[in-house]
Design a protein around this ligand. Structure first.
Ligand SMILES: [Zn+2]
Length: 277
């Protein structure tokens, strides 16, 4: 699933191309992706709207429009956006097409048809409950401590909860926990401040590194030109079952944490730590 680095890569690529341009029309080939309003109203209200700016909140992409309304996209499991400067054949699994006033188009491709689209007066209706962004300047170890405290769920599950922290998903949670040497099943509320400080730094590092590598392409994700990211090539544990831990050589294990495939090193990430860890 595209997480913060993938969505931010898309945002940066699109920003230089579409801000200042208007939607000339929309072709809804899979109108069920539109959650709000109904497809007819969606098409009518979006057509002619100019894009003022492009924002990312967690894994959501927000197009701020000249009317004051916002077009919001969520790629979910298998979505990606294909941008072409002129009309071109539809990509495989293209579900919806946004045509721009300069002849370019954004194709919303989505193999599993789980992606979602909203057109709302106030973006907070959709993204209002999201937790803080881990790359924002105000994301500090202290803030992370506040978000984790009193939570008895496994830290892996809590990191993936978008209302606790926005933008981190399965892949980067595994990578951050490995770097911080924290077992994915440890209760979030039981982490020491030392562990939280390590985790805070690890989360930022894995996200920033992945962003510099234009995201990870494990399954369907591609950038707006159809190119894969390369962050997965540097993964230490995520999707590395059977390979050896790059630090200690122990085979990476995969377990399920709240139904999420979770990869970790059983030697570097022990469930019981000494008091000083
Ligand atoms: Zn290890």
């Amino acid at each position: 699933m595209p997480e913060l680095p993938e969505v931010e890569t898309i945002r940066r690529d699109l920003e230089t191309r579409v801000v200042g341009h208007s939607f000339s029309s929309v072709q809804l080939l899979w109108s069920r992706a539109v959650r709000q309003p109904n497809p007819e109203e969606f098409t009518h209200r979006l057509t002619g709207q100019k894009i003022e700016s492009l924002e990312r909140r967690g894994k959501y992409l927000i197009f701020h429009l000249s009317s004051g309304a916002a077009l919001i996209l969520h790629l979910r499991m298998s979505g990606w956006l294909h941008y072409t400067s002129s009309s071109s054949p539809l990509e495989i699994y293209c579900r919806n097409v946004f045509f721009m006033d300069d002849g370019s188009q954004i194709q919303f491709c989505d193999r599993r048809k789980l992606g979602a689209i909203w057109l709302v007066a106030n973006p907070e209706e959709v993204v209002g409950k999201l937790g803080p962004d881990p790359l924002a300047p105000n994301f500090t170890p202290k803030l992370l401590k506040q978000r984790l405290q009193k939570r008895s769920a496994p830290i892996k599950a809590v990191l993936c909860n978008q209302e606790v922290l926005s933008g981190v998903g399965n892949m980067y949670a595994d990578e951050a926990l490995f770097r911080a040497k924290i077992h994915p099943l440890k209760k979030a509320g039981d982490l020491s401040f030392k562990e939280i400080t390590r985790l805070h730094q690890s989360i930022r590092q894995v996200l920033q590194t992945a962003l510099s590598q234009r995201g990870a392409s494990i399954a369907d994700y591609k950038d707006t030109e159809g190119q894969p990211g390369t962050a997965q090539l540097a993964f230490a544990v995520a999707h590395q079952r059977g390979k050896n831990c790059p630090v200690c050589g122990t085979p990476i294990q995969r377990i399920a944490v709240r139904n999420r495939g979770t990869y970790f090193c059983p030697s570097c990430q022990k469930l019981i730590h000494s008091k000083n860890s």
